[in-house]
Write a protein that binds this ligand. Structure first.
Ligand code: MLT
Ligand code: MN
Ligand code: ZN
Length: 292
């Protein structure tokens, strides 16, 4: 299995267009597009996992995903969604010229994309796509794919007040190589069952939105606000769990994605970045290729 980290920033990207903070204003820091990745079992057919509003630039920047070999062919065959947030779904609109994409996601997410952010009826008028609810465990696109509900944080635009799960993590297993990739860009907590979900993984990509709750405007609300209001477990909390698991399972590589523009780990000169690297965890840039 191959995977490409197409984007590694949270909603708004880095730098964020409406932010003049010192980090966003530092011309020496590497820009990051909004979170998403591409996976392929065979290196020919590729599936996006989340479709950010930066998808056009991400596809054009990635030679494996450029159109071809036929004049109107593209290697992109479908999309898996972890949630219905706009930074993970606006890209579906950009893909409307592509006929016959298959979209897989949790039922509540597919509902929201029909009822509230109506991308589904809109793109269906451009090309016949298929929309399928993802189950907890299936064999699809040459991979065994397991799904873990990780949070019930609804997007702000959703009017439905029940339902869910609203956010899931994916575990992609390649039966041919034994490689396992876990992708969990939005974790409100270290959820029940997550230790088992990452067990034996080759590479885990997880929520690195905030380093600590102190980054938020109201610092007094701290970590609790990061988790409950924003739906993102801060790195300072998840790093503890990774240290514990990492000691027991040295074969797993860990990396953070979905970095918010407030995150000091965007700057390799900070102590926060150094602390992450000292724990053996990566903060990989856009375009990182994984062979698993
Ligand atoms: C999130 O990750 O919490 C959302 O994408 C927030 C947003 O950008 O609306
Ligand atoms: Mn987001
Ligand atoms: Zn900023």
């Amino acid at each position: 299995m191959k995977a490409i980290l197409l984007g590694t920033a949270a909603g708004g990207g880095f730098p964020q267009w409406n932010c003049a903070c010192p980090t966003c204003s530092d011309p020496g820091l590497v820009p990051r597009t909004q979170d998403g990745l591409a996976i392929s079992a065979d290196g020919n057919d590729w599936y996006l996992v989340n479709a950010s509003p930066d998808i056009r630039a991400q596809l054009l920047a990635t030679k494996q995903l450029r159109a071809g070999p036929g004049p109107r062919e593209t290697p992109i065959k479908g999309v898996f969604l972890t949630d219905a947030e706009l930074d993970h779904t606006l890209g579906l609109m950009m893909l409307r010229e592509s006929a016959g994409l298959e979209v897989h996601g949790p039922p509540a997410v597919l509902r929201a994309l029909n009822d509230d952010f109506a991308v589904r009826p809109i793109v269906n008028r451009y090309g016949a796509w298929t929309w399928s609810a993802i189950g907890p465990d299936q064999f699809l696109v040459g991979l065994r794919i397991k799904v873990l509900p990780v949070s019930d944080k609804r997007p702000k635009y959703v009017t439905e007040t029940t339902g869910g799960p609203w956010v899931v993590a994916y575990r992609f297993e390649d039966p041919a190589t034994g490689g396992v990739l876990v992708y969990a860009p939005c974790l409100a907590t270290w959820p029940d069952g997550f230790d088992e979900f990452v067990d034996g993984a080759t590479y885990v990509v997880l929520d690195g939105t905030f380093h600590d709750g102190g980054e938020l405007a109201d610092k007094a609300e701290s970590t609790v606000r990061a988790q409950t209001v924003m739906g993102h477990l801060p790195i300072e909390a998840s790093l503890e769990r990774i240290r514990e698991l990492g000691a027991a399972q040295p074969g797993t590589a860990w990396a953070y994605t979905h970095l918010n523009n407030t995150n000091p780990a965007l700057d390799p000169a900070t102590s926060q970045y150094a602390g992450i690297r000292a724990a053996g965890v990566k903060v990989p840039p856009d375009g990182t290729v994984l062979v698993l």
